[in-house]
Design a protein around this ligand. Sequence first.
Ligand SMILES: *Cc1c(COP(=O)(O)O)cnc(C)c1O
Length: 234
Amino acid sequence: MTTIALNLQQQRQRVQHACHAAGRDPASVTLLAVSKTFGADAVADAVAAGQRQFGENYVQEGVDKILALRQSHPGVPLVWHCIGPLQANKTRPVAEHFDWVQSIDRLKIAQRLSDQRPAHLPPLQVCIQVNVDGGPTKSGVAPPDVAPLAQAVAQLPRLTLRGLMCIPEPAANDVAAHAVFISAKAIFDALNASGLKLDTLSMGMSDDLVPAVAAGATLVRVGRGVFGYRALKG
Ligand SMILES: *Cc1c(COP(=O)(O)O)cnc(C)c1O
């Protein structure tokens, strides 16, 4: 067994335990493997261990891996999520190659992605990134601005709005982290109550996936826990 296969097994168990502790069905939480800074060979190890959904932060690096894996694993249905901040001049390769974008933080980016999504592909699946804790260095939409942006994004023809993503500042402990994740869940529930049909609440990473699952995360994004420590970039 490769190290990555062992790590994956461990992270899947963590998610399962967190679900059981919270009285949730383990099948209700997707484990996204965040492969940024790691090569196509590392992704191939994860694919061999049954992983199918991957997250990338940097557009060109992500597109290179998507193309490499399509060539090395033809017919294996991998799902690629763009989870990094997106500049307007980089939307085209994302619209052409990724399946999901979790980091929508303004209408202009969403409009460009919708315009640029090729007709032969299914709609791009998107989440709005919310800056739940008001962290000054974080991208993401302030909580009061989420609902109007969500309503506008939901109208775009080549996008499907799936939910919210958040990256809170690292918390002092799981109790503090849980409180922030609970606010994200409240925003998510309010959007659904207002008539949107959202099924994805993307929150929790290697260090805080347990409190995120307890608060209702449906997708956790795990990098180091699966692939190990990254070099400085990212
Ligand atoms: C890097 C990254 C992750 C993974 O973080 P780890 O701490 O390595 O698990 C998750 N989400 C986003 C948006 C990231 O940039």
